[in-house]
Design a protein around this ligand. Sequence first.
Ligand SMILES: Cc1cc2nc3c(=O)[nH]c(=O)nc-3n(C[C@H](O)[C@H](O)[C@H](O)COP(=O)(O)OP(=O)(O)OC[C@H]3O[C@@H](n4cnc5c(N)ncnc54)[C@H](O)[C@@H]3O)c2cc1C
Length: 403
Amino acid sequence: MEFWLDLNDEQTELRDWVHGFAESVVRPAAAEWDEREETPWPILQEAAKIGLYGFEFLANTWSDQSGLSLPITNEELFWGDGGIGMAISGTSLAVAAIYGSGTPDQMVEWIPQCFGDAADPKVAAFCSTEPEAGSDVASMRTRAVYHEATDEWVLSGQKAYATNGGIAEIHVVTASVDPSLGSRGQAAFVVPPGTKGLAGTRKLKKLGLRASHTADVFLDDVRVPGSCLLGGKEALDKRLARAREGQRRSGQAAMRTFELSRPAVGAQALGIARAAYEYALEYAKNRVQFGRPIIENQAIAFALADMRTEIDAARLLVWRAAWMGRNDKPFAAGEGSMSKLKAGEVAVAVTEKAVQILGGAGYLREHPVERMYRDAKIYTIFEGTSEIQRLVIARAVSGVQIR
Ligand SMILES: Cc1cc2nc3c(=O)[nH]c(=O)nc-3n(C[C@H](O)[C@H](O)[C@H](O)COP(=O)(O)OP(=O)(O)OC[C@H]3O[C@@H](n4cnc5c(N)ncnc54)[C@H](O)[C@@H]3O)c2cc1C
């Protein structure tokens, strides 16, 4: 069996195409949208127009048997800018939930609607986190109650920190159907456009990723048709019956859903880290102190050597996990979590070092490393904090239910 790490022609073309968009459209607009703290709709429209945002593009990246197309795309896009990158990528969280839990009919109906079309792009939101249920997903309080007479589900509760919450065409909302079963009593629902009772009125002001909209979402007797339960009622009833009988859902199956999405998130962090490293490298070659470029000091050159080494190490973990996911390899040691953990921590460390290498200039908004430093921090927090990633890895490698 051959082994190689070269990208094939299609992947190279994809990387260069996304990089071109990131360089010519995203990067020049990054500071403006960071200041405005708004979704950059004109850039989303541009991405949709050229085919970089939409159902077809996502389907194409998913079809790559190596699994690398999605991480390659994310790294380049987020190299352009983290906030705008998330404004473009945030929809994929909802899409992944529909893809992961929906029936084939539900996928065909809802996934294209998440993106809208090239002339009128839309965004989607995945609303799972709650004020009292962050890392501890099992303590979710949002309730979903079934009304048999009308074949409707009624959702009530509050969701926190939802990317695209309130501005989305489609909201995917998780809720507890049977609180006594903890996380095994939960289900996910599509809330179609224009549904009464859903409001994302509290927009949140953030440290970074400020071009990406984040909001608390309130659900006040939100009524959705029975067909909006992802996976369908029959499958849910069977799952609940198994849980009530005390049968556990396979730990592997539950873990795998998260493990699959983590390398794509790690690749986003990687893009921000690489952007900061490249900027600091150029700066260090040009900035003269004590009569010589600062890169001639080992303290600076070695820092850059470490930054590059860590970025490359993180990329290898991201690519490995993406390849494993696409080729149905078991994540026996939490390799998906490893990739997100490493890339997130590397992004924080590398952007901090980049600020240091620029000195006072690095602290100013005139240079992008200041924004990259703020943007990077989210990668040790969302999609499972670094501590939760370590928990997953530790449990996987030890077989012990570590707390
Ligand atoms: C910008 C942004 C966008 C987001 N987008 C979305 C979104 O689109 N959809 C969505 O559903 N959510 C979203 N989130 C929510 C995000 O996933 C959560 O913030 C995250 O999961 C952590 O939950 P928490 O904030 O409640 O922290 P907590 O769970 O309260 O954790 C606080 C601290 O305690 C630590 N901790 C908790 N439990 C343990 C443990 N057992 N062992 C060790 N340490 C522990 C954590 O690691 C963390 O350091 C977003 C958040 C932000 C900031």
